[in-house]
Design a protein. Structure first.
Lengths: 540, 259
């Protein structure tokens, strides 16, 4: 059994190793997915920065068409000379700016502002169109434009964030003012800037715009409320303040898990905690079964099935082989030896040296039990009254009901040790009782029922040493008692004819007389386990 | 006879002089190119990728100009007379709040003066001064005003929580007078009594220039103050003269001593 056990240990270790590999693989894959998602986030962070850069360049370029407009130049030159003329030119400048703004198409401004050299707003197109006259020269981007710079910026006004582009307006080689282009951050803009990964913009702890990637259909998108959850901690994070971007944050939503990285924007609005966030979904394996669920059909088809099946079959064959060699074969050998005892001499026992290890122990145990039982039978055989079953062994009750005669197993070796019946001449060795099929020894004599309710009937006169008439009468008396008891106990007696009964009794009587050398045999009718039974007793 | 007496009296009056006649001071603050260049340099140093946008480049058509310094808006000029008492607290000073700054970037007041900040901007503001317990961020809409008292001397930065570029300075100092300077830097002091005076100029919250002059009995004095980088106590030029004697002659400035 050692190798079998070792094989079982090997299989258990293999299963444990397999489970460990699966769990390790799950963690490894999850970690790798997180690393990949993180790499994507940083890549998209750079791409978004570049996209915002290019968009700013584009806005500055299209704004040139407004800055070089003849009407714009002349009007701003006039107003810069004399602020009182602003009112006079306002309507015309408003019309011109509207037309120019329409021509910008997708880059049309949400607010297009013309300022004079003092920084005063002459005209504002778009949002808050009625506002004019106020000074915005203090904004760095406007101040720069009035000094000849082409510059972009980002403003946060109330809860809205605008991307700003400003250009100087030049007339007759002199700066006469500036035009300021403001475009509001929106969901559409976020979608346009980042077509593959979800992009959002936040101002403080509020998410003000969230894009829907157009080229990433089928992927999950996080809602703005979820994206805004980590903002409080991100904005207070030291790394975010120093480096300008946060650590990768994990966002758990009803739609799944996401990784996000937060970055501040360029421009003045960054001082007001305005920034953008890149969000990407991440599919983490919850358990080992996810391997199968997430595997594609091709993956499953590509499995080396032949190798797997061969491995399983080899494992089974090895297991069965070791089991046969170490368990089934020794047991079979033991059984064979036990069966051999059926036909062997009564004193024979199992040869324990033909067995190994446990089988040797089993054989020794069997031998020991056989000795104990034999001794018990011999002691029982020494009593004055002996059950016909124990004496007759596996003798069939003839045509009588099988319930009437029960033959328990008893050791054959008991017979010689049994004391001879009273009056019988001592014999060397009585013949061995028939060995029951499947048993190694003679039938064990049945023990008298302890729970018998009625006392046994008084034994009739001996059946032997009688005249034929007396014997016939004795048998009839026994038959009638037996039938009476059976009827009393509710057993069928239809086929229990006297002729059959007599044959059986005579046969048993002769057998006992031959075995024990007694002169006669008495038969006693009694109840056993609720059934009528007959006990034969040798008489000296 | 009467005519003679009258003529003598007039001559005597003229010759004796009038000791109570005040002097007029014509002054000019000149913002030098060097100062503007230093401001441009400073601007470049303070510029980071974060506080500017992606693009900030010259237009390529005509040359860009150096940062503007508007003396009336960006400078604070005070006059201090030796031995004279302070003016005492001003009346309430009203200052307009614009989108990018205050109407005057630098306001000079006496200790104990109250400033009323009036927003004339369409955008909301939340002005505050770091370190001032009575000047904390508070939302201020258009046409709303906030009165803030400045009881002690010092320089107080004014910021806006909603617009990070917003910067202004309140300079609280004791002085004889605060000069009103026009956009070209010119100022005039009337009825000045004789004595020693000092003019101090503040820019972006720092005293960047200090220049002394003395008034004796001349009727008009011209003072020119050239603001240069780190110009405190140097590069000063005084012109004390009669009516037109302080002007340039042959393209060169003439240095003259006080009489």
């Amino acid at each position: 059994m050692f190798v079998s056990r070792f094989w079982t240990l090997l299989l258990a270790l293999a299963v444990g190793a397999l489970l460990s590999v699966v769990l390790l693989a799950k963690n490894h894959i999850n970690r790798e997915r997180e690393e990949n998602a993180t790499a994507i986030l940083f890549k998209e962070l750079d791409k978004t920065d570049i996209a915002l850069n290019l968009h700013a360049r584009k806005r500055l370029d299209v704004l040139l068409a407004v800055a070089v407009d003849v009407d714009v130049r002349k009007i701003l030159a006039d107003v810069s000379k004399d602020a009182e003329k602003a009112e006079k030119h306002r309507q015309k400048l408003l019309t011109v700016l509207r037309e120019r703004n329409k021509e910008l198409k997708q880059y049309a401004a949400d607010m297009l502002i013309a300022v004079d050299m003092r920084g005063d707003v002459v005209v504002q197109v778009g949002k808050n169109q009625r506002n004019h006259g106020h000074n915005i020269g203090g904004f760095p981007v406007v101040d720069s434009a009035l000094r000849g710079y082409v510059r972009d910026d980002m403003w946060k006004i109330d809860n809205e964030v605008y991307m700003i582009a400003a250009r100087p307006v030049i007339n007759n080689s002199r700066y006469v003012g500036a035009v300021v282009h403001a475009m509001k951050l929106s969901n559409n803009f976020a979608s346009e800037i980042s077509p593959r990964v979800q992009l959002g913009f936040f101002a403080g702890n509020l998410v003000i715009a969230v894009g829907t990637p157009k080229k990433a259909e089928g992927t999950k998108h996080a809602q703005g409320a979820y994206i805004g959850q980590p903002l409080d901690s991100v904005l207070s994070d030291k790394q975010f303040r120093e480096k300008g971007y946060s650590q990768v944050q994990k966002i758990s939503t009803q739609d799944g898990d996401f990784l996000a990285i937060y970055s501040n924007t360029r421009g003045e609005a960054s001082s007001n905690d305005v920034g953008f966030v890149i969000v990407t979904p991440i599919e983490l394996m919850a358990d080992a079964t996810s391997f199968y669920n997430q595997a594609g059909t091709q993956d499953i088809n590509n499995l080396p099935r032949g190798m797997i099946i061969t491995g399983i079959l080899l494992a089974i064959l090895f297991g069965w082989g070791w089991n046969y060699l170490e368990a089934e074969r020794p047991v079979g050998r033991l059984m064979k030896n036990i069966k051999a005892l059926e036909t062997a001499d009564a004193k024979d026992q199992l040869n324990v040296y033909r067995f190994r290890r446990r089988m040797r122990n089993v054989a020794s145990a069997i031998n020991k039990v056989m000795d104990i039982k034999t001794k018990a039978i011999l002691e029982a055989a020494g009593s004055s009254s002996k059950s016909i079953d124990s004496i007759l062994g596996n003798q069939q009750p003839g045509r009588l009901s099988s319930a009437s005669f029960k033959f328990a197993e008893a050791s054959v070796s008991d017979i010689p040790d049994a004391p001879p019946p009273p009056g019988a001449a001592p014999q060397k060795a009585p013949p061995a009782a028939p060995i029951p099929p499947g048993g190694g020894r003679a039938p064990i004599p049945p023990t008298p029922p302890s729970g018998s309710k009625k006392p046994p009937m008084p034994p009739p006169a001996p059946a032997a040493a009688m005249s034929p008439e007396e014997e016939l009468a004795y048998f009839k008396k026994t038959h009638s008692d037996f039938v009476a008891l059976k009827q009393k106990l509710g057993e069928p007696v239809d086929q229990l004819t006297f002729e059959r009964f007599e044959v059986t009794l005579k046969k048993n009587r002769d057998t006992l007389i031959a075995r024990y050398g007694c002169k006669s045999v008495t038969f006693k009718v009694h109840e056993k386990d609720g059934k009528a039974s007959l006990k034969a007793t040798p008489v000296k | 006879m009467l005519r003679f007496v009258a003529l003598v009296a007039v001559l005597a009056f003229c010759l004796s002089g009038n000791p109570t006649l005040a002097t007029r001071v014509q002054g000019k603050i000149v913002v030098t190119k060097e100062l503007r260049e230093s401001l441009s340099e400073l601007e470049g140093k303070n510029r980071t990728a974060v506080n500017t946008g992606y693009w900030n480049e010259p237009n390529g058509v005509i040359q860009v100009v150096l940062p503007f310094v508007n003396p009336s808006r960006d400078l604070g000029v005070v006059l201090i007379k030796d031995g004279a008492a302070d003016r005492g607290p001003n009346d309430v000073v009203t200052v307009k709040v614009l989108a990018g700054s205050l109407e005057k970037n630098l306001v000079v007041i006496e200790p104990g003066t109250r400033i009323k900040f009036v927003s004339v901007d369409p955008y909301d503001h939340e002005l505050y001064s770091p370190g001032m317990k009575n000047f904390l961020p508070e939302r201020q809409s258009r046409n709303a005003f906030r009165p803030i008292d400045f009881p002690v001397e010092g320089v107080f930065d004014v910021h806006c929580k909603l617009f990070s570029h917003f910067k202004a300075w309140i300079v609280v100092t004791r002085s004889t007078d605060v000069l009103t300077v026009d956009s070209k830097g010119a100022f005039t002091l009337e009825d000045m009594e004789p004595g020693k005076y000092t003019i101090k100029v503040s820019h972006r919250g720092s005293w960047i220039h200090e220049q002394s002059f003395e008034i004796t009995k001349e009727r008009e004095i011209q003072v020119e103050i050239k603001l240069t980088p780190g110009g405190k106590g140097k590069a000063t030029e005084e012109k004390n003269s009669d009516t037109d004697k302080g002007k340039k002659k042959n393209g060169k400035k003439k240095r003259r001593k006080d009489k």
